[in-house]
Design a protein around this ligand. Sequence first.
Ligand SMILES: [Zn+2]
Length: 272
Amino acid sequence: MTSGRWRSPSRARSIVVGDVRVTSVPDGRIQLHPAGWYGSAEPPRPVTEVQPLLDSEGYLVASVGSLVIEAGNHVIAVDTGLGPVHVPGGRGHPAIGAMTGGTLPEQWRALGLPDPTDVVITHLHEDHTGWWSSDSRFGATLRELPTIAGRGDLDRSPLATLSDRWQPAAGGEQIAPGVTVMALPGHTPGHLGVRVGSRHDCLIAFGDALHSTLQIPDPTINAFVEHDPAAAVATRAALLEELQRTSAVAYGNHFGDVVFGRVDARQWHPVD
Ligand SMILES: [Zn+2]
């Protein structure tokens, strides 16, 4: 049974793609209002689809964390969670409830993962840069590593001054054997994804091109925070078309505890 997983924050989960191990390392979760997050008065899909995704307080459960890719000599952290942060709910925010991070370094150690060698930040929002920018030992370690982010995000972020190890990317860059950066613009101007493996055994980590599985049947559903809504829809539609056509495994970092899955018949099918 996977039903409880759709409305729970992610546990640590690993899969193997070719000869590369990828591990979802949890940091915590953010509650997203099922209507307000999408900028509307009503949830964007029928209640029968929305209800199974909601926690006991009526929110979508957006996991936060890092995807660790072990490829050759590289240990790549894709995103760095929310960081040591707890913001309580009940503030009347129309889109977001409680936000809780904080477990990434201890989970990393408990899983016995090697130290990171590279960082990729899919986009410079706080639930992805959390530990990287934090005033912590883990943060200081991360900031010493080569860190890829979208050129279009770095050009407009105060975080650009926090490190001299930034490597601005536009998509197409290779990080390690079989690991390349993808341009997925829309949510932010320089939003990136990461592709692992080859055409027939491939994983795509798509960042915040989608925030919940509710967007899979209808790629026109945008979150209220998209920088360029039309580009976000075009990127999401092309991504979903590719995932459907190739049966590639995808990683949806905010997808509750069903972060690894395949797209078929416009639905998400967890794979681990
Ligand atoms: Zn996010």
